[in-house]
Ligand binder design. Structure first.
Ligand code: HEC
Ligand code: HEC
Length: 232
C-alpha cells in the first residue's frame, strides 16, 4: 500500500519541477524582457503601428471603456506599461482575452514593448471615465491620503522611476476589480508592500477608494482636449 509519506516523495519532484518550469521561469522571463525593453531607444512611430492591434479593446484614444471592462491606458508611464506587458506575456498576470494579442509572435519582442509603451505614454487622457455613486468620497480621500500617496502620489500620478502606476482618472469598475484581485492574490504580479496595506480593507473601503481615484484629475498637459463626442 502507498502511505502518505511515499505519496509526498512521489509527487514532490513534479511539484518542484512544475514550479521551476512554469512559476520561476515566468518571473525570470518577465524580468529579463522588462530590463531589455527599458534599455532600448523607443520608436513611438512604430509603437503607433503596434497599437493598432490594441485599439480594438483599449480604443484608438487609449481611453478604454467607462464600464471598466478595458482600462484607460493613455498617459501611463513607459516603465509601468512595459512591466505589465512583460508580466502578461510571461503569464505572471492573467489576462486571457488580451494574451493572444500581446505575445511576441503577434507584436514582436522587447523593442515592440518599448515602442508601444512610448506611444501609449504620449496619448492624452480623458476624464469622462466610469465613476462610483459619489456617496463616500470624503472617506475615500482620507483612506487615499493615509495609505496610497507614498507610492501613487498626491494626485494618483504614480512614479515612472519605480514603475508605480498612474491611477488618476481610471475607470471605477476596473479599479475595484484590481483592488479585489490584488487583495485576494488573483493578480499575481502585485506589489507586496501594497498587499500588506490593503489586506484588511473591506468592500466599503475599496468602493470609496475607487470612486475617489476615478475622479482624481490628471495634470493639464496629460489631458485630451477632445471628448468621446468628438471622435473622428
Ligand atoms: C481583446 C481585448 C484586448 C486587446 C486586443 C488588448 N488588451 Fe490590453 N487589456 C485588456 C483587458 C481586459 C485588460 C484588463 C485586464 C484586467 O482586468 O486585469 C487589459 C490590460 C492592459 C494593460 C494593463 C493596464 C494597467 O493599468 O495595469 C496594459 C498595459 C494593456 N492592456 C496594454 C495593451 C496593449 C499594448 C495591447 C496591444 C498590443 C493590448 N493591451 C491589447 C484587453 C485587451
Ligand atoms: C509600496 C507602494 C504602494 C502603495 C503604498 C500602494 N500601491 Fe498600489 N501599486 C503599487 C505598485 C508597484 C503597483 C503595480 C504592481 C504591478 O507591477 O503589477 C500597484 C498597483 C495598483 C493598482 C493597479 C493599477 C493598474 O493600473 O492596474 C491600483 C488600483 C492600486 N495600486 C491602488 C492602490 C491604492 C488604492 C493604494 C492605497 C490603499 C495603494 N495602491 C498603495 C505600489 C503601491
Amino acid at each position: 500500500m502507498i502511505g502518505p509519506r511515499t505519496l509526498i516523495y512521489l509527487t514532490l519532484p513534479f511539484v518542484i519541477g512544475g514550479f521551476s518550469t512554469v512559476g520561476f521561469a515566468g518571473w525570470d522571463e518577465a524580468r529579463l524582457e522588462r530590463e531589455e525593453a527599458a534599455l532600448l531607444t523607443p520608436n513611438p512611430a512604430n509603437g503607433k503601428i503596434v497599437y493598432e492591434g490594441c485599439a480594438v479593446c483599449h480604443m484608438p484614444e487609449g481611453w478604454g471603456t467607462p464600464n471598466g471592462a478595458y482600462p484607460q491606458i493613455a498617459g501611463q508611464h513607459h516603465s509601468v506599461t512595459i512591466k505589465q506587458l512583460a508580466d502578461i506575456r510571461a503569464n505572471n498576470r492573467d489576462n486571457p482575452s488580451m494574451f493572444p494579442f500581446a505575445i511576441p509572435e503577434e507584436i514582436g519582442g522587447a523593442q515592440s514593448l518599448a515602442d508601444v509603451a512610448a506611444y501609449i505614454e504620449i496619448l492624452k487622457m480623458t476624464t469622462a471615465t466610469g465613476k462610483g455613486d459619489g456617496t463616500d468620497l470624503s472617506y475615500g480621500e482620507e483612506l487615499y491620503r493615509d495609505n496610497c500617496t507614498e507610492c501613487h502620489g498626491e494626485q494618483g500620478e504614480g512614479n515612472p522611476k519605480d514603475a508605480y502606476p498612474l491611477i488618476q482618472g481610471q475607470h471605477y469598475n476596473y479599479l475595484l476589480r484590481q483592488l479585489t484581485w490584488i487583495q485576494n492574490g488573483k493578480r499575481r504580479n502585485a506589489n507586496s508592500d501594497m498587499m500588506k496595506i490593503i489586506e484588511g480593507f473591506s468592500e466599503r473601503e475599496f468602493k470609496a477608494l475607487a470612486d475617489y481615484i476615478s475622479r482624481m484629475l490628471p495634470s493639464e498637459e496629460k489631458l485630451s482636449p477632445y471628448t468621446w463626442k468628438d471622435r473622428r
